[in-house]
Design a binder for this molecule. Sequence first.
Ligand code: G6P
Length: 366
Amino acid sequence: VGAEIGDHAHFLVKEIQEQPRTIERALKGRIDERFATAHLGGLNMSVREAREFRRVKILGCGSACYAGELGAQLIEDLARVPASAEPASEFRYRNPVVEPDTLYVAVSQSGETIDTLAAVQELQRKGGRVIGIVNVVGSTIARQVDGGIYLHAGPEMSVAATKSFTSTVTAFALLALHLGRIRDLAPEQGRRIIAGLNALPAQIAQILEQSDGIAEVAKEVAKSHSVMFVGRRRGWPVAREGAQKLKEISYVHAEAYPSAELKHGPLALISPEMPTVAVVPDDDLLDKNTSTLSEIKARKGPVIAVAHRELPTDLADRTIVVPKGEPELDPILLSIPLQVLAYHAAVALDRDVDKPRNLAKSVTVE
Ligand code: G6P
C-alpha cells in the first residue's frame, strides 16, 4: 500500500486493487472478539461521553461526504443515535446550530481540505466536540480535532478517492460498533458485525476477480452521453459515489437519484440512450427496487444492476453480482464494482485517469 505504481497502468487501478489489504489495515488491532466491540484508541472519549451525546453530525467534501452518509446510516443502525452528513462547505456558511450534545465527525482523506478544516474550526469556536476520520497521519485536520480514527490506507495518489472511501466506511462501522456496544447493541449483534467486517477482504478480492467482465460493461457505458445511478437507503450513497467516480474520471455525465425519486422528475430522461446503473442489494427493499427497474425498462432504458444475484433480463440487461455480507456493511462491497466501472470507462475514453482535468487531490483553497 505504498506510493509506488509498480506494474499498474494507473495509480487508480492499483488503489482499487489494494482494497482487500487496506480494509485489513483499517481493522487491524481494533476488533475485540471477546466483548464483541471495537477499540478505537485515538477517539479520546470516555464511556460516559460516548453514552451521553444525542446526535451525530458528519462533515466532509466530495467522496468523504458520501462515505459520511453511509457512516450516518451505520451509526443510526448500530448505535441508534440520530445521525446525518452534510457537505462541510454548506455547513460552515449557514451559521449552523452547534449543540453541546452533538458529536461532530470531520471526514477527510488528506486532512487538508480547507472547507472541512474551516468547519472544524468554526465548530470548535462554538464549543463543539469534533472527532476526525482521516487518512494522512499528522495532517492539519488530524491535529486540529479532539480525537479520531486513522484509516491507515497508505498514500492515495490518484485524484479520485477509492480505497479511502471504503476505508472510511469501515472506520464508521467500527465507530458505530463501539458506540453501539456502549449504548444498546446486543453482544450477538456485535459478533455478527465483527464476522461481517472480517469477511470483507476476501469478498472484495472476489469482486475484483470480475474486473474483466465489468470492463466490458464499461465500454458500453463509455459510449453514453449521460448515465443515471439509482439506489435507496444504503444503496443511495453508493449510487452517489458511483456517479461521482464516473463523471470525475471519464467525464461522462452522471447523476444519482434515490430510486423512488425517479418518478418525480428524472424518469423523463430515461430512454434507450440513457443507461441506468442500479444498486440492488438483496435486502428488505428488494421488491421496491425491482419495481423501479420495471419502470425504467418500460421506458426502454438499459439497466446495469449491481446485485447479490443475477436479475432476470426483463429487469436488468446486465447484472454484476457481488457477494452478500451483513446488510449494514454491504455498501462497502456494492461500491467496488462502480469504481471498476468508472475506471474502465475512463480508460476506454483515453482519459487522464489519475489526474482528471480541473480537479485537485486536495483542495486547500476555496
Ligand atoms: C477533492 C478530491 C476528492 C475528495 C475531496 C475531499 O475534491 O478530488 O476525491 O473526495 O477533495 O478530499 P479529502 O482529502 O478531504 O477527503
